[in-house]
Write a protein that binds this ligand. Structure first.
Ligand SMILES: [Fe+2]
Length: 411
């Protein structure tokens, strides 16, 4: 299309729409672009300082967006897109058009896709009970973490833990595994807030529904230089019938890694790191795999891993879903993204540190052959939870009986 004609067309659209709608569309597009960019950036193992710096700059840019659109460019007052008055104004006009395209088209399209997501078809039953742990303890378990004061903000749900039970009907498990229970814990973030009593209460509550067959811990156990001391007293409260396995996450990677692994082993967990093991579950073989990438490399080597045996993977981030599908993983458990921690009513999560942005923020997803469960986790570096309660998940496996279709008899 002729650039002059396109410019005239865009100017006609700008003239036809009210200024507030143009401002809103451009600001939404600008904010969406920078939030998605930040989410994707956070999906990579950059140094922590760079991540923090980028987040601050990103938030500044987002906040500055409406000011830029309404004051500096002044296209809403003069209603004139400027293409021929120097490279800067041409660039700004082009950027404004790009933001309109994202704000009026791309963002609503992906928001619709996000809201239309449905749980994996293997999820046949889900129940949830939320507990106000502060009420159970008789006081607010604020503790002495660096950002403890954030936990006192009104409507903060950081002490409301939701215990969910999810039943998955799977056709490819042995009959003996019908009713197998897996307790999935993730993102404990021991750092002082919540305090010890909160975790004690949660671990004891985990055991009240019966001893699980397996316990799987998918990383971000510790979030300070001191609180590895909590690993044994907290996780030592857990019991299991068959085994307990753990991997580390990005927040562990920023601490004394060997010390955290040592503490987990003292709590009787098998620390998989990026490796796999074959175990026996009710007399049948199962492959349990750890995947701590991208913060710990290399990826687990499955070249010697037997095929045609059920593969269960613990991955800190749901971003490893593509790797899981490639390696024919049957069930993958992940955490890391905390459900976004702050969710907006109707719209959902905003900041989700993932290369897929908000796509896998929490819940169950099936991308053949992999069924993935992403937990919102139990805590976070910052004790902030709005419309996003901390979560502990108990998974129950059920053998899905396939209907036997008999051939019609011929006379
Ligand atoms: Fe985390």
């Amino acid at each position: 299309m002729d650039p002059t004609a396109l410019s005239a067309c865009l100017q006609t659209v700008a003239d036809a729409l009210p200024w507030w709608l143009l401002l809103a569309g451009a600001s939404i597009g600008h904010g969406y672009l920078f939030f998605v960019g930040l989410n994707v950036f956070y999906g990579w193992p950059w140094p922590r300082r760079l991540l923090k710096f980028t987040r601050k700059i990103d938030v500044l840019f987002i906040a500055f967006g409406p000011v830029y659109f309404s004051l500096i460019l002044d296209i809403f007052g003069s209603r004139s897109l400027t293409w021929n008055a120097g490279i800067v104004l041409s660039f700004l006009s082009t950027y404004t058009v790009l933001c309109w395209f994202i704000g009026f088209g791309v963002a609503p399209f992906f928001e619709t896709l996000y809201l239309l997501r449905r749980p994996a078809p293997q999820l046949v039953k889900e129940t949830a009970i939320a507990y106000d742990v502060a009420k159970e303890l008789g006081y607010q378990p604020i503790g002495n973490g660096k950002d403890a004061k954030l936990s006192t903000l009104p409507f903060n749900q950081c002490f409301y833990v939701e215990f969910t039970e999810k039943t998955f009907a799977l056709p490819n498990i042995p009959d003996a595994w019908d009713g197998l229970t897996i307790l999935h814990l993730t993102d404990l973030h021991f750092c002082g807030t919540p305090d010890r009593a909160y975790y004690h209460w949660v671990m004891e509550r985990c055991m009240k529904d019966g001893t699980p067959d397996l316990i799987l811990l998918t990383g971000d156990v510790v979030d300070s230089e001191w609180h590895h001391r909590w690993v044994v007293p907290m996780l030592g409260k857990l019991r299991w019938n068959i085994g307990a396995f753990a991997i580390l996450g990005n927040h562990d990677a920023w601490r004394d890694v060997s010390l955290i692994r040592k503490c987990l082993r003292r709590a009787r967990f098998t620390v998989l790191a990026n490796s796999w093991q074959q175990i026996e579950v009710r007399g049948e073989p199962m492959i349990v795999i750890g995947n701590e990438c991208p913060w710990f490399t290399p990826l687990p080597d499955l070249s010697a891993c037997p095929e045609h045996i059920f593969r269960l993977v613990l991955s800190h981030t749901p971003d490893q879903i593509a790797w899981a599908r490639q390696h024919k993983i049957d069930l993958m458990l992940a955490g890391h993204v905390h459900g976004g921690q702050i969710r907006l009513p109707v719209l959902g999560s905003v900041f989700v540190p993932s290369r897929y942005s908000r796509k896998y923020d929490s819940g169950t997803f099936f991308e053949a052959p992999t069924l993935m469960h992403v937990s919102r986790g139990l805590a976070g570096q910052h004790p902030l939870r709005f419309f996003c309660k901390p979560e502990v998940t108990r998974i129950v496996l059920r053998k899905k009986r396939m209907a036997i279709v008999s051939e019609p008899r011929t006379q």
